[in-house]
Design a binder for this molecule. Structure first.
Ligand code: ZN
Ligand code: ZN
Length: 254
């Protein structure tokens, strides 16, 4: 890593960081914007509540969600730029040719990246809810969204964004992964962050209340976290919530 940071001048690193921030920011705006449109069509009352005071509050909330998210974009771009520079210098374990690893590793690496992120998120998230001072300083921003919208996907205080932003950029130095598997991990992370906050269930009811929903977190599960605060801390999977008895189930009305 030291050799890599010496190999790239700070100005080039800064430019790379800004380029990545632009990509992450556009991805956020496009995906959240698209799903917010879907939400507004499917459940018009989500974005146009009848009560004018609630409507004004919602407009302020969405503005706040977007501003915090764009700030998070900068926090996410910094470690991503370091990892990308290292990748270009051949210093990471990201590989370009499928033949460089066994084929079975491709799905395993996707699952492993998501599972490690999920475990990290569960325990840090639970800690933030456990200690009131930590909650106020780090996580309260995310919970200002009640109920959240698709724009809350990256609505974190910079401290909270920092607590997660380094994880994948460090994992690429430790766990081998094909670039396309990494792209799939990023796509799943984005899709779930947005859809779990969009205010209604995207998946068919039979899925959500069947085997899929028993293991995978969807809006019905995460929205309950935003409502109750003291349960459903997971990110992608329900394993940790189940094992640690913090699973409060699903919102029945979604
Ligand atoms: Zn949330
Ligand atoms: Zn929380």
């Amino acid at each position: 890593m030291t050799g890599v940071s010496l190999a790239i001048p700070p100005s080039a690193l800064l430019l790379l960081g800004l380029q990545l921030a632009l990509i992450i920011g556009l991805r956020y705006l496009l995906v959240s914007g698209a799903f917010a449109l879907v939400a507004a069509r499917r459940k018009p009352e989500l974005f146009r509540p009848a009560d004018p005071a609630r409507r004004r509050r919602l407009r302020r909330q969405v503005r706040r969600e977007i501003l915090w998210s764009l700030l998070s974009v900068l926090v996410y771009a910094a470690p991503a730029a370091l990892a990308f520079a290292a990748f270009e210098a051949g210093g990471t374990r990201v590989y370009l040719r499928l033949s460089e690893g066994p084929l079975w590793w491709w799905p395993v690496s996707v699952f492993l990246y998501l599972a490690i992120h999920d475990a990290w998120f569960y325990w840090t998230h639970r800690a933030m809810h456990h200690w009131p001072a930590l909650f106020r300083a780090v996580h309260a921003v995310h919970h200002e969204s009640r109920p959240p919208t698709a724009f809350a996907a990256m609505s974190f205080h910079p401290w909270e964004a920092l607590s997660a932003a380094w994880l994948y950029p460090v994992l690429v130095f430790l766990v081998p992964i094909h670039w396309s598997a990494l792209a799939v991990v990023a796509a799943i992370a984005t899709f779930m962050a947005v859809t779990n906050h969009m205010g209604f269930e995207l998946f068919p009811r039979a899925w959500v209340h069947g085997r899929f929903g028993r293991h995978i977190i969807t809006a019905s599960h995460h929205d309950l976290h935003h409502q109750r605060f003291n349960a459903n801390y997971g990110l992608y999977f329900r394993f940790w919530d189940r094992w640690c008895r913090t699973d409060a189930g699903l919102r029945p009305d979604f």
